[in-house]
Design a protein. Structure first.
Length: 333
């Protein structure tokens, strides 16, 4: 007969609750206890009986993930990582695409179909800080992204401002002083564009480099075509620049194309840095220097957190920030 949770607990010499906590990767479990439980699970060949567990608890074993646009590599890769971590915890994932409009994002939070899931991982694009009250829902919710801070839900996110400052400083350290920025959103303060622009400005000020608005190229969306057009406009304006910081990698791919068209070598004439460390960035020509904002960690922690909240809805709300690093490749000297 298949091993049960009780069998594992008996073999490990712990309570059934402790075994459950290990399976759901709860924090605050002593390493020795975790190791003993994991050895018992492996020795007995235990696998959670998800169907029976769901029948007893009234749960579905399904969580939802809502992202703005799966055509953007960052969100597609994030979804893959979420699915992988969820499977490890015995959960399935229902993926939703909001299109990045505020109306659809708010509508999704109240959608009846979410009743067929145990909780939601939610990455809004157009909701703002003023919409924080919309996150007061009666189901487990973990917020992703950078639109709303200090809200009523758990939040797993990245250090946008610090990471963008590091990317800009990386270019300055390599002798670049005229650093263009591609992907700004006019008037945005909270949100990826606003926070990354703030990091860019902080780095320039810290290095004694004057702010030049002519070097900032807006791009409403962040697809390749937007990076291409924004960089073409920069070149056509006649503004002098020896480096380019794109606020995501797909913008950077478009920028590389525009620079190639204009006969500007990378990194000789223009050094280029992107943001997100999507898989494709290692295979562009030249391979793209980029910021890894901790996407894998974000996916893992978000799934683990929602599993914890499903198990215990009363736990305190937390905000967790991922670490980041600059990944140096061929597009910078």
């Amino acid at each position: 007969m298949a091993a049960t949770l009780k069998d594992v607990a008996r073999k490990a010499g712990v309570s059934i609750k402790t075994v459950s906590n290990v399976i759901h990767d709860y924090p605050h479990i002593r390493p020795a206890t975790r190791e003993r439980v994991e050895r018992a699970i492996e020795a007995l060949g235990y696998t959670p009986n998800q169907t029976a567990r769901n029948l007893r608890s009234g749960r579905t074993g399904v969580i939802a993930l809502a992202v703005p646009d799966l055509a953007l590599s960052y969100f597609a890769e994030l979804a893959g990582l979420v699915i992988a971590e969820a499977e490890r915890l015995g959960l399935s994932v229902q993926v939703e695409q909001t299109g990045g409009t505020r109306e659809r994002e708010i509508e999704l939070l109240r959608a009846p179909r979410l009743r067929m899931t145990d909780g939601l991982l939610f990455s809004p694009l157009e909701m703002s800080q003023d919409d924080a009250a919309q996150l007061r829902v009666d189901y487990p919710l973990v917020l992703l992204g950078e639109r709303i801070f200090d809200g009523p839900a758990d939040h797993v996110t990245m250090r946008n401002t610090e990471a963008a400052r590091a990317a800009t400083e990386f270019l300055v350290e390599r002798g670049r002083r005229r650093i263009a920025l591609v992907g700004a959103h006019e008037g945005e303060v909270i949100g990826s564009a606003g926070l990354r622009l703030a990091g860019y400005r902080e780095a320039l000020e810290a290095q004694g480099i004057g702010w030049d608005e002519a070097l900032v190229a807006p791009a409403g969306a962040w697809h390749r075509i937007d990076g291409l057009r924004a960089t073409r406009d920069l070149i056509a304006s006649g503004v002098d620049f020896d480096a380019l910081f794109a606020l995501n990698d797909t913008l950077a791919f478009g920028a590389l194309r525009a620079l190639e068209e204009a006969g500007r070598s990378v990194p000789g004439d223009v050094a280029v840095v992107g943001f997100d460390a999507v898989d494709e960035s290692a295979f562009s020509i030249p391979a793209l220097t980029t910021v890894d904002p901790g996407r894998e960690w974000i996916a893992q922690q978000a799934v683990r957190r929602i599993a914890q909240r499903i198990e215990d809805p009363g736990i305190d709300v937390q905000t967790m920030f991922a670490d980041y690093r600059v990944v140096a490749r061929e597009s910078t000297p």
